[in-house]
Design a protein around this ligand. Structure first.
Ligand code: UDX
Length: 465
């Protein structure tokens, strides 16, 4: 470890004069790992990023982030210019100098059930074991079932000749704001079971601690649970407001205004109460499923049985769009539908478990000719949904459409010219699945607007993004 003085002036850097620079290996360079590697090198640590995917390594080495994440390209260039970020496909002898191994590999849903597939974590442990110094620490960041740290430590112990250090440090970054969330998180949770790992993790996060970002120290099992608890709570909040939307739609009330009204109560808060076609992405859906599987393994399925309801509500919001489309158009066979948005949320090109794509598939399965547009995700749609038509422009998607559906809350759609689009569409009917359209302007241009969970007639209040 070298003592360095680090006084950055860029907004992306954190100030930590006298930071004790550590040698850190980040294993897995997806959203989590790539962002973590870049962020930690920007604050002054010495990073090696390792990923077996040679194409990903080549792209990152060439300064290209292989997915869309705002600001990360620039930050990668900045990190590379410091000379403190090496990227490689496997461990080399330099791994032997590493103080901290951060495990950032994926824990996808297993093919055989709802539980998490831990094989990438296990192979990371096997790969790093030959390079592990007795005083180095291994730290998991991926979302895992409780007890994983203990199991991985046991696995590692069989591969080295000393008692290894292994702890858990869950990550809460969101896609779209990943860099900011990593450099200035709301909190840092370190799940440690002995003082050595705690000391090194505190040193790693000294630049954040200097900014008064709270560091919550817990045991490793609590840390594992914190992450799934946080994601379960967020998913529950979204499904709660979507359940209110179901009831509002039935009785003619307005769930968007309901959310505003309850959100003023500080105990409830107004965040994560946006009603629409629900949550998706690479984390929330799989994490609540894995949590249910983990609880069932512990014989505690009842404790989180409400998560099955959370998922059911989430899925019903998707079919609700199909139901509305049928109510409005009747048989959907060969009816042209424009799906505006493919990404699971704005500011990302990630379409994993995307509600917009799920709705597009439902409409397609009902016979509709679905044309998908997205400002960033069209390449992923082309690759993963060859059955759907992809439009490169919003206008191309809407041309001749008999129905327009807003599936992702991109600002481009909120700002779209509804008069121009009205001239292009065959039928001026729009279902706003994300409650982002300035619907009065759309109505003024002749559109029939159906906003999920809303009663626009009795509550003519605009919600602007
Ligand atoms: C989530 C967690 O927020 C983050 O802390 C964790 O580290 C990873 O999982 P992310 O997957 O990037 O982050 O997405 P998030 O911003 O949580 O949104 C998830 C989904 O919920 C999106 O599809 C979004 O459109 C939807 N959503 C969000 C709503 O439908 N309503 C809301 O009010 C908020």
């Amino acid at each position: 470890m070298n003592k360095v003085s680090f006084v950055p002036h860029s907004p992306q850097s954190l100030s930590s004069v006298g930071l004790v620079s550590m040698k850190v290996a980040v294993i897995g360079l997806g959203y989590l790992g790539a962002t973590t590697a870049v962020a930690l090198s920007l604050v002054g640590h010495d990073l090696i990023g390792i990923d077996p995917d040679q194409a990903k390594v080549d792209a990152l080495r060439a300064g290209r982030v292989p997915f869309f994440e705002p600001g990360l390209d620039e930050a990668l260039a900045q990190a590379q210019s410091t000379g403190r970020l090496a990227i490689q496909a496997e461990h080399t002898c330099t791994s032997a100098d590493v103080d901290v191994f951060l495990l950032c590999v994926g824990t996808p849903q297993s093919r055989s059930g709802m539980g998490a597939d831990l094989r990438y974590l296990e192979s990371s442990i096997d790969d790093l074991a030959p390079y592990l110094r007795a005083d180095a620490i291994v730290v998991g960041k991926s979302t895992v079932p409780v007890g994983t740290a203990e199991a991985l430590k046991g696995r590692l112990a069989t591969l080295v000749a000393f008692e290894p250090y292994l702890s858990w440090n869950p990550e809460f970054l969101r896609e779209g704001t990943a860099l900011k969330d990593t450099l200035t998180p709301d909190r840092i949770v370190i799940g440690v079971d002995e003082p050595h790992s705690e000391a090194l993790l505190r040193q790693l996060y000294q630049p954040m601690a200097d900014l008064d970002i709270p560091i919550v120290k817990v045991d490793s099992k609590t840390a594992e649970l914190v992450k799934v608890a946080a994601n379960s709570f967020l998913a529950t909040k979204i499904s709660f407001i979507n359940a209110m939307a179901e009831i509002s739609e039935q009785v003619g009330a307005d769930a968007v205004l309901l959310a505003e009204a309850i959100g003023y109560d500080e105990r409830i808060g107004n965040k994560f109460l946006k009603t629409g076609i629900g949550f998706g992405g690479g984390c929330l859906p799989k994490d609540i499923r894995a949590f249910q599987a983990c609880a069932a393994d512990l014989g505690l399925e009842q404790s989180v049985s409400f998560l099955a309801q959370v998922e059911d509500i989430n899925m019903r919001r998707r079919t609700r769009v199909l139901d509305i489309a049928r109510e409005e158009l009747g048989d959907l066979t060969n009816r042209r539908v424009a799906m505006l948005g493919a990404a699971f949320k704005p500011e990302t090109d990630d379409i994993r478990d995307s509600p917009a794509m799920a709705v597009a598939e439902l409409l397609w399965a009902a016979g509709a000719h679905v044309v998908v547009h997205d400002p960033k995700a069209v390449d992923n749609v082309r690759r993963m949904y060859p059955n759907l038509t992809v439009a490169d422009t919003l206008e191309e998607a809407v041309a001749h459409a008999e129905l327009v559906v807003v599936g992702t809350e991109w600002r481009d759609y909120a700002l779209a010219d509804s008069a121009v689009l009205g001239h292009l569409a065959a039928n001026k009917l729009v279902i706003d699945g994300r409650n982002v359209l300035p619907y009065r302007q759309w109505q003024a241009n002749g559109w029939k607007v159906i906003a999920l969970g809303r009663n626009l007639e009795h509550n003519p209040v605009e919600v602007l993004v």
